[in-house]
Design a protein around this ligand. Structure first.
Ligand SMILES: O=P(O)(O)OC[C@H]1O[C@H](OP(=O)(O)OP(=O)(O)O)[C@H](O)[C@@H]1O
Ligand SMILES: O=c1cc[nH]c(=O)[nH]1
Ligand SMILES: [Mg+2]
Length: 211
């Protein structure tokens, strides 16, 4: 697995505001979208492209477009949904699929409760979106699922990860190649398997309480 921490002053600044306890949901959603755009810029740096002939007002020229089959963007519900808008703004021709997964907060087991993806992912480059990589249980399940469906390549975008989750991915993925883009690699997990210093429960902060 290749881990890329996007080291940029704007990422660090926005992430700091995102972490703050008092940041309200509306600002949290906005910052999440902006952070995904910055991560997405890096994560798509080597996405496959192909030449395309176009007419400008002056002449015919050869430009570039994202190659077919189109990249597939997959947010892991619920919290990953907060990352979708920013990613599709960066790659508007990408297709979008959905995975709904939740970790049981007592047992940490993962339940997949929804799936809406193409039946065959052969040749597809999948961009998996989930803000939090904690124990890694969710991402391991999701990546396995995508490769079993035939995905050619999986790139994960997370805002935060714990070293424990990265170690779990490295142990569990064998020869499945994964690129992981992060806004920050945090210190550790706490006794409830929350990321420290972290930002709390990303799903609740995005969609939980009305202000
Ligand atoms: O690495 P793990 O230990 O598996 O934990 C990370 C998962 O936990 C959170 O989702 P949660 O299960 O809280 O669902 P939600 O998005 O609906 O809040 C987060 O968005 C990840 O999907
Ligand atoms: O810190 C964490 C860990 C798992 N899920 C979250 O939303 N936050
Ligand atoms: Mg949650």
């Amino acid at each position: 697995m290749r881990v890329h921490v996007v080291d940029h002053p704007l990422v660090a600044h926005k992430l700091t505001v995102l972490r703050k306890r008092e940041t309200p949901s509306m600002i949290f959603r906005q910052l999440t979208e902006e952070l995904v755009m910055l991560l997405g810029y890096e994560a798509t740096r080597d996405v496959a492209v192909e030449p395309v002939t176009i007419e400008t007002p002056v002449t015919t020229t050869t430009g570039t477009r994202l190659a077919r089959p189109r990249p597939l963007v997959v947010p892991i519900l619920r919290a990953g949904l907060g990352m979708l808008e920013g990613m599709v703004k960066m790659a508007p021709s990408a297709e979008v699929g959905f995975l709904g997964m939740a970790r049981n907060e007592e047992t940490l087991d993962i339940v997949t409760y929804a799936e809406r993806l193409p039946a065959d992912l052969t040749g597809r480059h999948v961009f998996l979106l989930d803000p939090m990589l904690a124990t890694g249980g969710t991402l391991v399940e999701a990546i396995r699922f995508l490769y079993e469906r035939g995905a050619a390549r999986v790139t994960c975008l997370c805002l935060l990860a714990a070293p424990e989750g990265i170690a779990r991915l490295e142990e569990s993925l064998g020869d499945m190649e994964v690129d992981l883009y992060l806004a920050a690699l945090d210190e550790r997990l706490n006794e409830r398997s929350y990321i420290v210093p972290g930002l709390g429960d990303a799903g609740d902060r995005l969609y939980g309480l009305a202000e």
